[in-house]
Design a protein around this ligand. Structure first.
Ligand code: ATP
Length: 451
């Protein structure tokens, strides 16, 4: 059985050090969370898995890590200054604020129907760069990682000699001043996105869009998200973002209900076209504003015809926090044991597990056992598969329970046989089977397990 409620996940996350409320000792900061010792590992493992499949395992994608603070003009020409808004309503009775599209005509806080008319509220965080706080120094914390991929388009084409189709991938923070952050890490104000902008020839965009929808849902399955909990939502025309020709959202059954895990949009030639100079000389299909500030033509020359093409863009855009939440929800299981007791187990895919193996000396005060356990730890750690932990509590049962709950795939016990016969006992998280392995075979066993 997977998690029954968000409360169970929140409780596990706090108890075991996955996720904490940010600035908790001062009452928190709404819409912000901190990832603790295990959370940071899980999050990094998910990002690494994405990067591997998007960049290393393909031959048509380059990576990028651009700045978070973004020139105002970028977000002006992208359309975000004008249109990146949510409709905000105020309750006149209790003064609370809501997103108009998320409530009926009643205040969810006090039940009053005395609400203001909706008005647009821009979600971008504004700041100033440099010592002067004036109009000329305004910058934004990026609301999506995508824009700096577009502004770097020419740099990347020139430095890598790419031809269409090809993509640029980026993982990084994004910031949105959400009116109502809620549902744990589902809707927050500071989060991370894993975004690919895949550039294709106009006319080939529909085909590539379908391919990416398929690819992305398969990838989530390979991270342990069950197929039957994912649904494709064709975003209705009237709800499409200003740049989109078609968007399909991967909707997932989160503990609080079905919501978007990832969006896959056909952004057409809107972004590259919007950020280009000499737009009239390019065959731009989407409706864009004249750009009098850009010093670059964001187009690519066809190697055969020498014609300049403004590519169309397919964008799979996923949230890391939403991914972590979905994966925790899938992995969380409460199992009935033969002895009538229960155990909580986090059945994470091994590549996502925060700790790959716990090495447990049978007695915590026995120097020979502890020193051998430390050697085993160092050896497995050096294989580069992720974190290996020396668990020197002296309580095997308690260590097993802890590592079941945090999803450690194997516990390796070092006991007196280890000293005499050079063996260790490996206990499997999922079926709780125990087997004896020669220490000299351990690195091969471990490497094969995490292949
Ligand atoms: P929603 O409709 O839920 O607000 P969105 O359509 O605005 O999401 P996109 O602009 O498509 O989201 O962003 C791409 C991805 O970034 C989303 O699929 C989601 O995983 C993530 N994301 C967006 N906003 C947030 C947020 N406030 N907190 C956490 N993740 C977010």
């Amino acid at each position: 059985m997977s998690a029954k409620s968000m409360d169970e996940l929140v409780s596990l996350c706090k108890r075991r050090g996955f996720i904490f409320q940010s600035s908790e000792i001062y009452g928190g900061l709404q819409g912000m969370y901190d990832f603790g010792p295990l959370g940071v590992e899980l999050k990094n493992n998910l990002k690494t898995a994405w990067w591997k499949s998007m960049v290393y395992e393909r031959d048509d994608v380059e990576g990028l890590d651009a700045s978070i603070l973004t020139n105002q003009l970028v977000l002006n020409y992208s359309g975000h200054e004008d249109t990146f808004t949510d409709p905000l309503v105020d309750c006149r009775s209790c003064k609370s604020r809501w997103r108009a599209d998320q409530i009926e005509d009643t205040c969810p806080n006090c039940g009053s129907q005395d609400l203001t008319d909706p008005r647009p509220f821009n979600l971008m965080f504004k700041t100033n760069v440099g010592p002067l706080e004036d109009e000329g120094s305004i910058a934004y914390l990026r609301p999506e990682t995508a824009q700096q991929i577009f502004t770097n388009f020419k740099n990347i084409v020139d430095s890598t000699s790419r031809a269409l189709p090809f993509g640029i991938a980026q993982i990084g923070k994004a910031f949105r001043n959400e009116i109502t952050p809620r549902n744990f890490i589902f809707r927050v104000r500071e989060f991370e996105q894993m975004e690919l902008e895949f550039f294709v020839e106009p006319g080939e965009d529909n085909l590539w869009h379908d391919k990416w929808i398929e690819e992305r849902s398969k990838w989530w399955e390979s991270q342990g998200v069950s197929k039957k909990k994912i649904r494709f939502l064709e975003v209705p025309k009237e709800e499409l973002s200003h740049y989109s020709k078609r968007t399909v959202d991967l909707m997932y059954e989160f503990p609080h209900g079905e919501e978007e895990l990832e969006g896959i949009a056909n952004r057409t030639d809107f972004d590259l076209g919007s950020h280009s100079k000499n737009q009239d000389q390019l065959n731009i299909q989407s409706k864009i504003r004249k750009n009098s500030d850009s010093n670059s033509r964001l187009a690519i020359q066809d190697k055969n015809s020498n014609e300049w093409i403004v590519p169309f863009v397919i964008e799979p855009s996923a949230g890391v926090e939403r991914g972590v939440l979905a994966i925790l929800n899938e992995a969380y299981k409460v199992e009935k044991l033969e002895n009538g007791k229960e155990r909580i187990v986090l059945a994470l895919k091994p590549h996502l597990s925060p700790i790959k193996a716990a090495i447990i000396p049978l007695k915590k005060n026995n120097e020979d056992l502890v020193s051998l356990a430390k050697n085993v730890k160092d050896e497995l750690q050096s294989l580069g598969k992720g974190r290996v932990l020396l668990e020197n509590t002296g309580n095997i049962g308690k260590s097993y329970r802890k590592h079941d709950e945090v999803g450690t795939p194997m516990c390796i016990t070092v006991d007196f046989d280890s000293l005499e016969k050079n063996t260790v006992t490996i206990r499997d998280r999922d079926n709780m089977d125990q087997k004896t392995v020669q220490i000299q075979d351990l690195t091969t066993y471990f490497s094969n397990f995490f292949k």
